[in-house]
Write a protein that binds this ligand. Structure first.
Ligand SMILES: NC(=O)c1ccc[n+]([C@@H]2O[C@H](COP(=O)([O-])OP(=O)(O)OC[C@H]3O[C@@H](n4cnc5c(N)ncnc54)[C@H](O)[C@@H]3O)[C@@H](O)[C@H]2O)c1
Length: 438
């Protein structure tokens, strides 16, 4: 199926368009490079001048390797700029700016509102605007369709608006922008047709969806489904501990049912910029419609207890070895939110470090990819594992593995510390009796 799609594109390539991708981050830059690689003349627009300079110099940026960027910059298919005038020249504008949460866990819609204002100010008639951000449902209509119509620029005739969410999975060796099905919805039938045609020019399958709000909700549902299921097994892990059984054994057993079960596995929390953020956007959507999302709220409570559970387990393991948490020397290993990437955004390591320190432990951190992690506003630099405490693991009472990067020498780690608490049940292959699962 995928091979035939590639062949189809090779024999009938879509006509090249002038495309402006706004926001060159972890989602926007891979999208911009995929669009440029598909033959469109692509300009990346970002307010971060240092990032723009880095891309134009061909340096690795936002998870894209230098070689991939250099090839596209050198052949003229990709250029980065801070000049919003690029919007006026573009036939297609794709918006991929951050949609974070604030300190209260509420959607911070300021960046996407600002970006839409800039687009509305510069966009030329005839252009297609594609919203790619993960937004509160209704936002594409509120921020683009309604203001354009109100300004007398008829959407679906003078100008076209689509929503097409990103499904990037950082660190995934199989799925990338080009080979992952991408949803696309339009404000009108003409908008959908133009959006579908453009998206199909750089991904294997562009999947049409009934309405803007359907596609906006679908994106939130994908991530919230994962959040709720992981939260459920996180709660299960605490129960399994009370029964003295391994939660992963329970889930693997349940997984042998050949229908209607999908395995999710516990951990020390849920990190990243998407999975713990999207449920907040869905909660906000429910609130705006006068509803309460009980299941999401309960899931946040269940997952919010995991740092405490990790600390309880470590305290028990220390007690078995005649130690107490107060004054225990603990190295927290793996700071990124998932294995084999360097991204520490919303990493569960932060809550675990805070919890361990609140119980009197002395904590240092190690990650072979991330340079460190910010806890309570202070950067904790990654320490080497082969040095003596406090600069490393040698002589530490315990290690807590938050994220099991494949490049860590776990047998050496187990040889250097009293006990290793493996919060992902990922290190059984090491075969050390000093490594204990959550
Ligand atoms: N990171 C992921 O894996 C991922 C996956 C799927 C969806 N998404 C969604 O994609 C969107 C972007 O996320 P991200 O992770 O790429 O964010 P990011 O923080 O990595 O990058 C966003 C970029 O946008 C730039 N920016 C902010 N405001 C701007 C403006 N007004 N004009 C131009 N540039 C501006 C920033 O400088 C930054 O470079 C979000 O809605 C996110 O939820 C992200």
């Amino acid at each position: 199926m995928f091979d035939s799609e590639i062949e189809r594109k090779a024999v009938s390539p879509a006509p090249s368009k002038r495309v402006c991708v706004i926001g060159l981050g972890f989602a926007g830059l891979p999208t911009a490079t995929a669009i440029a690689a598909a033959g469109h003349r692509t300009t990346g627009l970002d307010i971060d001048a240092a990032k723009v300079a880095s891309i134009n110099a061909g340096h690795a940026t936002s998870g894209i390797p230098a070689a991939a960027i250099t090839t596209l910059i050198d052949d003229g298919s990709l250029i980065a700029t801070t000049d919003a005038a690029a919007i006026a020249r573009a036939e297609v504008i794709l918006i991929s700016v951050p949609t974070p949460i604030d300190s209260e866990g509420r959607p911070n819609e300021v960046p996407v509102e600002r970006a839409c204002e800039t687009v509305l100010e510069h966009v030329s008639d005839g252009a297609l605007i594609v919203m790619q951000c993960t937004v509160v449902p209704g936002s594409t209509r509120r921020l683009l369709v309604d203001p354009l119509n109100a300004a007398g620029r008829k959407v679906g005739e003078d100008i076209f608006v689509a929503f097409s969410p990103e499904r990037i999975n950082p660190g995934d060796a199989v799925f990338n922008v080009s080979n992952t099905t991408k949803l696309v919805a339009g404000a009108t039938d003409a908008c959908l047709e133009r959006g579908r045609e453009f998206v199909a020019s750089f991904v294997s399958t562009a999947m049409p969806v009934a309405s803007l709000e359907t596609a906006e909700l679908a994106k939130l549902v994908e991530n919230t489904f994962r959040f709720i299921n992981i939260s459920f097994v996180n709660e299960l892990a605490v129960l399994c501990d009370r029964f003295g059984v391994n939660a992963w054994d329970v889930i693997r057993a349940a997984e042998t049912k050949p229908f209607a079960f999908m395995a999710h596995f516990p951990g020390p929390g849920i990190g990243g910029d998407c999975i713990p953020v999207s449920p907040r956007y869905l909660q906000a959507a429910a609130e705006r419609k006068g509803l309460v999302s009980d299941v999401i709220a309960a899931s946040f409570r269940a997952t919010g207890r995991m740092a405490g559970h990790v600390s309880d387990r470590l305290a028990a393991l220390l007690a078995e070895r005649g130690r107490v948490m107060t004054g225990a020397r603990v190295i927290v290993v793996g700071l990124a939110y998932k294995p084999d990437i360097a991204d520490t955004r919303h990493s569960p390591a932060v809550a675990v470090i805070r919890e361990l320190e609140s119980r009197g432990a002395e904590v240092v951190v190690h990650d072979p990819l991330a340079t460190g992690i910010i806890v309570n506003g202070v950067l904790r630099p990654s320490m080497p594992l082969d040095r003596v405490w406090p600069a490393g693991a040698v002589g530490a009472d315990a290690a807590v593995v938050i994220t099991p990067h494949s490049s860590i020498d776990y047998s050496a780690l187990a040889g250097r510390v009293g006990v290793v608490l493996d919060t992902r049940n990922a290190l059984g292959w090491v075969g050390s009796d000093r490594i204990v699962s959550l």
